[in-house]
Design a protein around this ligand. Structure first.
Ligand SMILES: Nc1ncnc2c1ncn2[C@@H]1O[C@H](COP(=O)(O)OP(=O)(O)OP(=O)(O)O)[C@@H](O)[C@H]1O
Length: 273
């Protein structure tokens, strides 16, 4: 019997994870309700992508449990994990399109691979997904003919081809001009609502994500150290949250990578004696 509430889609219970001897997550706790768009923020290398990979079952926690839709991901059989993954869509920053396939065939690809739908139905579904991202008229183009923003929208249409329950976005805004960036942001929000999905966004783009998310989680030192609604985080006095939201160079997330004393590197004696 599942102990995870019906309304919770993703839950981390005391999850730890290490790459070799390097601990990345150290007892992280997190609960993401169904239907929400949430952002995970944290310093570079804090483990945000690792968190997504744990949800997708690509890697296993060294301690604790990751629940998705009431199932413990790392206890699933190979087949069950495969089925679960088909309910997850992923859009990564460098999630390139197949360059030798048209826009239409890029979006149709997964439907053809993973369903027995007849071609006329695939055609209608592909055009519907492309319409949702505003690119039905571009179905015949090749990826090389698209702008960066259009390519990202096609990748988005492709990632929702199989109507996922959960979408994971890793840096979806990187490299986009301001207009394309807000188009992608509002599409993430609108598609999540219209398709009844849940979306997790890993991003450094604070201002854009605060416009579209329901909740923000801050990851630091292997744990979720703070979370709240956009209004709560904007008003937060917590130093870590403040540094992030206001883009301050130094703070709890240090500017300098940990180093020995400067004097030692320069080969001079440090002061005092
Ligand atoms: N396959 C791997 N093997 C060993 N170390 C890894 C591997 N993948 C990531 N790491 C390390 O684990 C840490 C966390 O990586 P992760 O990609 O989860 O961070 P992140 O928060 O997404 O970072 P960024 O914002 O810079 O993308 C980093 O220090 C990274 O160098």
């Amino acid at each position: 019997m599942s102990t995870v509430a019906e309304s919770t889609l993703v839950k981390f219970d005391n999850v730890s994870f290490s790459y070799g001897n390097t601990p990345i997550l150290k007892g992280a706790n997190l609960a993401i309700p169904r239907g929400q768009v949430v952002a995970i923020m944290g310093g570079s290398g804090s483990g945000k992508t690792t968190l997504l990979r744990l949800i997708g079952g690509e890697i296993r926690p060294t301690a604790g449990t990751v629940h998705v839709a009431g199932e413990v991901v790392h206890e699933l059989s190979r087949n069950a994990l495969f089925t679960m993954r088909r309910k997850m869509g992923m859009l990564f920053q460098f999630g390139a399109l197949f360059t030798d396939l048209s826009v239409f065939d890029n979006v149709a690809f997964q439907m053809r691979e993973h369903s027995n739908l007849p071609e006329d139905m695939i055609r209608d579904l592909v055009l519907m997904k492309l319409h949702a991202v505003g690119l039905r008229g571009a179905h015949h183009l090749m990826p090389v003919e698209l702008s960066g923003g259009m390519a990202r929208r096609v990748a988005l249409a492709r990632s929702i081809a199989l109507d996922p329950m959960l979408m994971m976005f890793d840096e979806p805004f990187t490299g986009l001009d301001p207009i394309s960036l807000s188009v992608i942001g509002s599409l993430i929000r609108r598609l999540t609502d219209a398709l009844g999905m849940t979306s997790i966004l890993v991003t450094h783009d604070v201002q854009e994500s605060l416009q579209i998310v329901d909740h923000v989680y801050f990851l630091a030192d292997g744990k979720i150290v703070a979370h709240g609604t956009p209004d709560e985080v904007r008003q937060s006095d917590a130093p870590f949250v403040h540094q992030f939201i206001h883009g301050e160079v130094d703070g709890p997330v240090p500017f300098h990578y940990q180093a020995r004393a400067y004097a030692d590197d320069l080969g001079i004696q440090s002061g005092g004696n």
